[in-house]
Design a protein around this ligand. Structure first.
Ligand SMILES: [Zn+2]
Length: 482
């Protein structure tokens, strides 16, 4: 009911009404004054009244209602909805926990992030959520969503997925690239049926396990197992084959499919053909596939660039930017996972055994803005879509998250479109202590981040307290959201 009300209000803002007032809500008041505000209709000069944790009013010349009203000067700033990154790995067993991961995200303009956690043999996805909820309560500053990782499809049945959806978390993740996938392939088809029946969205890592295994083992046996050969160990063919298979599973079961970190033009074309046939196939890509190419592996530090799938060719990079511009790539998410530089450069690694992934939460938005919007590759509207409103819609958070609208959570970023900075290791808040993008010069940077009405980051300093973040309840998958 409340959701419907919010939806119907959004177009009114676009129609140019000067002010829309929600019913009185308790809590302190903040007016964000004079910014260029991104609402459903695009950018408009406006003030935003925040009452408590939500946006109460958007309009011109808003008057303070009490002596205690806090004012934030947003002149010269864009005011954007907080970023939503549905692909982040954190935890007590990792270098970044919910606190340091939150800090990096908030400093980078991202207010809602994910975590993943495995479902043990004989356990359930809902049990994994319960464990995560305790950690969020204690450690989170950003708001969170959670995705159970299903390795054994026997743990993801109509019953256990209905139980999962009842917890308010409505996704699972499946790794086609793991050796256990093919041994359980029939079970995962049944799981996809169960996902459709229960309103759960399946996120799939699409690399073919057999092709990756044999290709990398052969390289190793030939004495070419060094990390400089990592891109050859996980070829595009493996990504295309798995993407095709996942699309066919979605087509046959009637389920929606969310493809995580798609990296190649070949796999994108598979997804685009499915989309053209009207299938609910959604594509996420990742900053490293937009900003880096496989030539990095010819340099002295190939270990820094290890991610699964690997870096590809410039033609793949161009295809992914073009996919964002055309709307066939729906989400840009970090796949953030923190390792130190030393861990990433550990000489014991090879194409089979290695540490995959890197930290990226703090610089994803500035880099995408600078090289996307700034360089004219994508519009500001697309930038907001792929980093906020689309993931909010796909993951059952919209319009509470992913929108600047009356009634939405006051998750806001003040963005200085003129500020030019060099990305520096010493500024990074992730415990990884470095950025793979250090030395890049970018224009456009977040100066203030608000999460549910609270200023949690301002000019280099994280202000929010551990434990103030929430595990956000999400809607079930209910058909294509756009
Ligand atoms: Zn991941």
């Amino acid at each position: 009911m409340a959701m419907k009300t919010l939806r119907s209000l959004v177009p009114l803002v676009a129609l140019g009404l000067t002010a829309i007032t929600a019913s009185a809500q308790p809590g302190p008041e903040t007016i964000i004054r004079g910014g260029e505000v991104f609402t459903a209709g695009g950018l408009r000069s406006a003030d935003i009244r925040v009452v408590g944790s939500t946006i109460a009013e958007i309009g011109s010349g808003l008057a303070a209602r009490g002596a205690s009203t806090r004012e934030i000067d947003a002149r010269g700033r864009l005011v954007l909805p907080g970023g939503v990154d549905p692909h982040v790995h954190l935890g007590r067993d990792r270098l970044d926990d919910y606190t340091s991961g939150s800090a990096a995200a908030l400093a980078g303009g991202i207010t809602t992030i994910s975590n993943f956690g495995g479902v043990g043999a004989g356990s359930t996805p809902a049990a994994a959520v319960a464990q995560a909820a305790a950690d969020v309560d204690e450690q989170a500053i950003a708001d969170f969503i959670f995705h159970p990782i299903v390795s054994d499809p026997a743990t993801a049945t109509p019953e256990t997925l209905a139980e999962l959806a009842a917890t308010g978390q409505t996704t699972i993740k499946v790794f086609m690239v793991r050796p256990t996938y093919d041994a359980n392939a029939a079970g995962f088809v049944s799981t996809m049926h169960a996902a459709r029946e229960t309103g759960v969205l399946m996120m799939m890592h699409c690399e073919d396990a057999a092709l990756v295994q044999i290709t990398s083992e052969r390289l190793l046996a030939e004495g070419r197992g060094g990390l400089e050969n990592f891109p050859d160990a996980r070829p595009v063919t493996a990504e295309v084959a798995a993407t095709q298979r996942a699309v066919s599973m979605a087509e046959q079961t009637g389920a929606a499919l969310y493809i995580v970190h798609l990296s190649s033009e070949g796999a994108l074309r598979v997804a685009e053909r499915a989309q053209a046939r009207g299938l609910p196939v959604y594509v996420e890509t990742r900053p490293i596939y937009l900003h880096l190419t496989r030539e990095r592996f010819d340099g002295p530090t190939p270990g820094l660039y290890i991610g699964q799938p690997p870096l590809r060719e410039q033609s793949d990079v161009d295809a992914l930017w073009d996919g964002i511009a055309r709307g066939t790539v729906h989400v840009v998410a970090t796949d953030h996972v923190a390792y130190t530089r030393e861990q990433k450069l550990d000489p014991a690694q090879n194409v089979v055994q290695h540490r995959a992934g890197m930290s990226n939460l703090q610089v994803m938005l500035p880099m995408l803005y600078s090289e996307g919007v700034g360089d004219g590759r994508i519009s500001l509207e697309r930038f907001v879509e792929v980093t906020s409103s689309n993931p909010a819609r796909l993951f059952g958070l919209y319009p509470r998250k992913g929108a600047i609208a009356v009634g939405s959570d006051a998750d806001l970023v003040l963005w200085d479109p003129e500020e030019t900075r060099t990305i520096r290791n010493e500024d990074m808040l992730s415990n990884s202590g470095y950025s793979v993008h250090a030395g890049r010069v970018v224009t456009g940077w977040p100066t203030l981040t608000m999460r549910r009405g609270e200023i949690v980051y301002r000019n280099g300093e994280v202000l929010g307290a551990a434990g103030s973040g929430e595990l956000v309840r999400r809607d079930r998958w209910d058909g294509p959201p756009f």
